[in-house]
Design a protein around this ligand. Sequence first.
Ligand SMILES: [Ca+2]
Ligand SMILES: [Ca+2]
Length: 276
Amino acid sequence: MLDGFPYFVNGLGGAGIRTFGAPVAGSQVRYNGDYGALLIEADDAQMRFQFINRSGTLIDNFTLEHAAEPTQTPTPQATVVLQPLADAFVDASAPTTNYGTEALLEIDGSPQKIAYLRFDLSGLTGATLRSAQLRMRVADSNDAQSTSTQEIRLTNGADWDEASIVFDGRPALAKTSLGVFSGDAQGEWISASLSVALQSFFGEWATLTLDSTGSDGLDVSSREGSDPPQLVLAYDHPPAISTPTPTATSTPTVTPTSTHPPEATPANVYLPKVNR
Ligand SMILES: [Ca+2]
Ligand SMILES: [Ca+2]
């Protein structure tokens, strides 16, 4: 062992075995009883050195342990509840009428009624979304509940205006569904789990749309109503501390140097006795 580094000098693979000279300072083990070889096995956790002679006897071994992983600061988690910046529905049976200030959002398949809800996700740049839920309160009015399924889709947040959006010229719906509402009851809060694909809009505005192919319409409170919709997001902040690099001493060092000239038959083996 020299300056904290283990050195292995293995000369027992050549011609005749020589006698020892004076041990080098720091030497721990030496062996010249037979020929042999150094077996090195390594995995993520350690590197193990074993000198084994021709008869299979383990003469000495040494193990380098991987330095312990630095403790990482737990990623802080947070939950935010967002209400829509804007919401409106459009109605195929009144294709030029704007419903941006109504107290209700109506979703139906016949006639087709589609709701648009804009959320501001600009404060979530760099965060990692863990879960997302859209919560809405079914209206108390007659037949507000629905036995149909409503698809929740994600689209660009900026290309419509609450005060002017109408069925004709409405923004196109995304093909992929983020989640669904189904089986709701009049006057109750309903909740739908959304795909974390919503994260793709972190840092900007996002629009959630609700549409249905069923014929039992759903009426929920809009942001102008008594119980505005809620988007509940659980997310991780970016890690505050990066992982430190391992120290230099964690690197295994094996230096097969020999004090003997090349033409001489090597004979001395110095094997550390650490961690036996
Ligand atoms: Ca509105
Ligand atoms: Ca209904």
